[in-house]
Design a protein around this ligand. Sequence first.
Ligand code: NAP
Length: 311
Amino acid sequence: MSAHKLVIIGSGPAGYTAALYAARADLAPVLYEGLQPGGQLTITTDVENFPGFPEGVIGPDLMERMKAQAARFGADIRPGFIQSVDFSERPFVLDDGEQKIEAEAVIVATGATAKLLGTKGEDHLMGYGVSACATCDAAFFRDVHVAVIGGGDSAMEEGDYLTKFANKVTIIHRREEFRASKIMLKRAQDNPKIEFLTNTVVDEMVSKDDNRRLAALKLRNTESGEATTMPIDGAFVAIGHKPNTEIFADKLDMNEKGYLVLGEGTRTNVEGVFAAGDVADAEYRQAITAAGTGCMAALDAERWLASQGIS
Ligand code: NAP
């Protein structure tokens, strides 16, 4: 088994940008796409804030373009999911479940995944009226009443998007104040199809008798304690994300939320392992910042490899 100079784990804006830069630097990078090729942007529609697209761009199209650009310069883009890593000595060893591959340097760009409530019924009804992705599933909810759970930008964005299909959207938030930015909150508040239910939590997602299909939400007012049941056709959970760092537990430094903690630039605590994108960013979490750090990680990896006599 001969070691690759650089393996990139993950295929969002961070991974593809790292692959583009590394390929142009003649590092012949291998990129593993992971469980969601293209990353989170493949489950969004319009991206209006990626510079260079004044009319906006469709998320999956943007990712296809990034992939094609990296491939054009020779990046070896592979379907597959790295299941475990051994960073204890170099070359590092990565296992995709079918084979082990060696790498002199690694860029971790595994991103983050939507969080779920963990409420009763949620698991059972996921895909049966419950969803964590409005942009994937909204079209299944035409002319019905749906709920969005959350109070951040994601909840506002999903709520707004859902009104293209549903005839009524109720945004359910556990507090009175919203974490969402003013502009996103106002857009949702100004949407006549959206109503808000604050200080409210979902205690249970209930299915129809003898039918695996969401029928109602059992709600509780956090101030009065009053319990109510809201008949509903769909529920979209939009309560944030968690970083995809399980396979790096006890191997890479991470904070209490599981985000990788970086040293100088994109360096992790393991020499030769770099990180980019949402996996190490709980704060900005934008496609453009992920792409930017992907570029930085490739440059950091290139310079570090050169310092090891590998180019
Ligand atoms: P977020 O800002 O972390 O907000 C999560 C929301 O879910 C909060 O309101 C939180 O309530 C609520 N929540 C969390 N756990 C919950 C639970 N167990 N039960 C009930 N509610 C729960 O996450 P986000 O909305 O996904 O946004 C993440 C980042 O992406 C932000 O920086 C955001 O600006 C950005 N973003 C930007 C856009 C855009 O610009 N187009 C779109 C989407 C996201 P509390 O407030 O009470 O904690």
